[in-house]
Design a protein around this ligand. Structure first.
Ligand code: DCP
Ligand code: MG
Ligand code: MN
Length: 373
């Protein structure tokens, strides 16, 4: 197995990947899920090619690349540029929109609203707009929160959480998931799963929400809560751009439930979103804590390791086999009505063991580093 950190390897299609990646980022920003997915799939597919893919014909033969994308690949290779990308990135309104959407907590809708009110720059917002407390934080820490976090620093944030957990119970564990667990050299945020060999959710909530999080605020590590499933709905409504997108479905994949990380049901909450800062630093980072009951450790590991595309495909596969996979477990005998809409929860087949879930689904085990699509 070749070690691959999930970033483009610098192979023969490096330049094409670079440009397609920028298109994916653009579509992601403007909330076009379907194109984002198509571009990301093409990036992943190209990254695996050992030779330069130069023509439409060659590109079309690759699984994961459709004919329109194949056209774009040919354009990039033959002209070293992509007109579509240049037109989107030179439109001043689009630039303002992208800047606004870069504010943590502001999605497309909010960004458009600001545009409609005549604002075009961050200074406009600072001076003239009425912002929610979270938007204010997003604006004040705009540059920090935009930056990717180096792997070593992600680990240090995880270590702070781990230390705080040990003060409460010696078996509590902080496992850093997300892009970090997939081996990426840097991350957009810090995703920490909080687990214990036997504790169920209520116990974890008591430890984490009542003791650990207040302590982490006290020592100045946690700076603010941005949205948490534990607090009132009102606070959780300031939804980060990422999760807004998660709630939408993609054409052709509407048979799986949208992945909604803030969904709580009646469990009283199992997530905390906020910002954290290391003792000797002034840079605020985005941090997500996920409380994982012992019975769903494996399912949560899969969910919180991602990536999102891998999660979609493994969930779709489960649903095709009459099962259902979510962050709590793998369920069978799920009754589905028209449009494959779920009608019953089904019976839990496996939740604890990540490998067993793969096995039951008949999916060969994939190391986190390989979970890219
Ligand atoms: N997740 C998902 N579907 C989504 C969003 C997230 O299944 N739409 C899961 C998979 C992700 C994990 O949650 O890996 C953490 O989400 P992040 O948004 O933090 O994404 P990553 O950690 O993968 O990437 P980044 O480096 O941008 O944080
Ligand atoms: Mg992450
Ligand atoms: Mn996250």
């Amino acid at each position: 197995m070749e070690p691959n950190n999930g970033r483009s390897s610098g192979g023969p299609n490096k330049r094409t990947i670079e440009i397609l990646q920028q298109m994916a980022t653009y579509y992601d920003r403007v909330g076009d899920n379907w194109r984002t997915l198509a571009y990301r799939k093409a990036v992943n597919a190209l990254d695996k090619q050992k030779e330069l893919v130069a023509t439409k014909n060659q590109a079309c033969k690759i699984y994961g690349i459709g004919s329109r994308l194949a056209d774009k690949i040919e354009e990039i290779v033959s002209t070293d540029r992509l007109q579509r990308l240049e037109s989107v990135s030179s439109d001043p309104n689009d630039k303002a929109l992208q800047i606004f959407m870069g504010i943590y907590g502001a999605g497309l809708t909010q960004a458009k609203l600001w545009m409609d009110q005549g604002y075009r720059t961050l200074e406009d917002l600072r001076d003239k707009a009425t912002l929610t407390p979270n938007q204010q934080i997003g604006l004040d820490h705009y540059d920090d929160l935009q930056q990717r976090i180096p792997r070593a620093e992600v680990k240090m944030h995880g270590d702070v959480v781990q230390k705080a957990l040990l003060r409460v119970n010696k078996d509590l564990e902080a496992v850093v998931g997300g892009s970090y667990r997939r081996g990426m050299p840097d991350s957009g945020d810090i995703d920490v799963m909080i687990m214990h060999p036997t504790a169920e959710l209520a116990q974890l909530q008591a430890w984490v929400f009542d003791v650990v999080i207040p302590y982490l605020f006290e020592i100045g590590f946690l700076k603010c809560a941005l949205a948490t499933s534990h607090t009132s709905k009102k606070q959780a409504r300031t939804t980060p751009a990422k999760s807004q997108r998660q709630e939408e479905t993609t054409p052709g994949e509407n048979s799986i439930e949208p992945i909604s990380p803030l969904a709580t049901g009646s469990d009283g909450g199992s997530k905390f979103h906020g910002a954290s800062c290391l003792p000797d630093s002034t840079v605020w980072r985005r941090i997500d804590l996920l409380l994982v009951p012992a019975c769903s450790r494996g399912a949560a590991m899969i969910y919180f390791t991602g990536n999102d595309i891998f999660n979609r495909s493994i969930r779709l596969l489960a649903s095709r086999k009459g099962m259902r996979l979510n962050q709590h477990g793998l369920y069978k005998n799920v009754l589905r009505g028209p449009g494959r809409v779920k009608q019953t929860e089904g019976e839990l087949v496996e939740g604890r063991d990540e490998k067993k879930i793969f096995e039951i689904l008949g999916v060969p085990w994939r190391e986190p580093e390989e979970r890219r699509c």
